[in-house]
Design a protein. Structure first.
Length: 73
């Protein structure tokens, strides 16, 4: 019986570890820092009391990079 419980636990543990990889739906966020024309840093409220900081790059917008040598920003 103990062996069966250990086997069941070892099968269910990896499934529980990967369950939270995808956050669905819109997430409330606030912009913390603008990096350049198509990138910014935001604090996202993904769960009550849990904020995560992400760097976001806007898809479909192509602007000069400000950290590149010889680039006027």
């Amino acid at each position: 019986m103990r062996f069966a419980c250990l086997m069941l636990g070892s099968l269910l543990l990896p499934a529980a570890a990967t369950a939270g990889d995808i956050v669905s739906g819109p997430v409330a966020a606030s912009v913390v820092n603008v990096i350049d024309g198509d990138s910014f840093t935001a604090d996202a409220l993904v769960w009550p009391g849990m904020r995560l900081r992400y760097t976001v790059r806007v898809k479909g917008i192509d602007t000069p990079e400000t950290r590149r040598a010889g680039c006027k920003a």
